[in-house]
Design a protein around this ligand. Structure first.
Ligand code: ZN
Length: 136
């Protein structure tokens, strides 16, 4: 078994807010991130697939297909969007780095032909990232 990782980037806005809490509680927990006008990040997502190397091609997965799936399922939907307002999964879930990693996993699962999705890593900042391996 070998692991192969492809990166993609997208830029998006978000804010942190829990509708079931008071505004004061949101301010206390989320601080500046609770500003409802939002703020932006340049996100990097790494998608790692696991599989066996095909002896004929030397590939674990068709790289063009992997790129296309990431582009279609993630970048086209998240890039230059306000995550809270424009991406369905964040109408209810707070768009933290953790929740973005889970959402990207759910978007990609079962859509990468010939390989097993192993890890989704999302960087919100160069020194802050979340990993999701599919366990809930
Ligand atoms: Zn932020």
């Amino acid at each position: 078994m070998i692991l192969l990782t492809r990166k993609a980037e997208f830029s998006a806005s978000h804010y942190y807010w829990n509708d079931t809490w008071t505004p004061q509680a949101n301010q206390r927990v989320f601080g500046k991130c609770a500003n409802r006008n939002g703020h932006g990040h340049n996100y990097t997502v790494e998608v790692t697939v696991a599989g066996e190397v095909d002896p004929a091609t030397g590939f674990v997965v068709d790289l063009k297909q992997l790129k296309d799936v990431m582009e279609r399922e993630v970048v086209a939907i998240y890039d230059h969007r306000h995550l809270n307002l424009e991406v369905p999964e964040f109408k209810t879930a707070v768009p933290t780095t953790e929740n973005i990693a889970v959402a990207i996993w759910q978007r990609l699962q079962g859509k990468i032909p010939g390989a097993h999705l192993h890890r989704v890593r999302v960087y919100e900042l160069p020194d802050l990232f979340a990993d999701f391996y599919g366990e809930v």
